[in-house]
Design a protein around this ligand. Sequence first.
Ligand SMILES: Cc1cc2nc3c(=O)[nH]c(=O)nc-3n(C[C@H](O)[C@H](O)[C@H](O)COP(=O)(O)O)c2cc1C
Length: 193
Amino acid sequence: MTRSQAADVLAALHNRNSHPRLVTPAPTDSDLEAILTAGLRAPDHGRLRPWQFLIIEGEARKRLGQIFEQALLLTNPEAGEAERTKALRAPLRAPLIIAGLLKPTAHPKIPRQEQVAAVACALHGMLLAAEALGFAGMWRTGGYARDPWVLRELDAAPEDEVIGFLYLGTAEGSAKPIDRPALGDYVRRFNPA
Ligand SMILES: Cc1cc2nc3c(=O)[nH]c(=O)nc-3n(C[C@H](O)[C@H](O)[C@H](O)COP(=O)(O)O)c2cc1C
């Protein structure tokens, strides 16, 4: 990699920013292939590939909203109209969603926690790739990510988990300010005596 390519990569990493308001155009099929391929290069202990990625777009987003509403009513049968509408509309906040599922493998040396980390790395790679292609995104979870009804309706196993719903599209409106905490607040050198 040349210095100028490295500068581009660093600029992309330093300036990434989540966008809650996402509209069309969504990534095309070839964009999506590039985004998914970036994610699948995530570090992954033992190359267990403890993941599955569901592409949810178009009418399938409406179905996901119905699943969220059903999950809400199973948890809280008294849920009011506002909450139900919020659940129904949640997946319509972006033209395309990638649901990153953890499909854990029992392994003597690689605990579930490390497999969660691999899926999270994959989703982050996809978010960065989408931004590099000029799109915007937001990683969301909420209670539905671990809800047994939602997992069942996504054809996932009870031990699976949605590590992230990656909402992707084109940013609408201006970006929020980038949060740049001081490195010293979170980093220290280990200096053994
Ligand atoms: C595992 C995970 C779950 C998240 N779930 C939500 C969520 O459900 N709702 C939300 O508003 N933000 C959620 N976020 C945070 C946003 O994706 C985003 O990072 C945050 O708004 C800060 O913006 P920034 O990424 O531009 O710094 C989640 C982030 C991660 C890593």
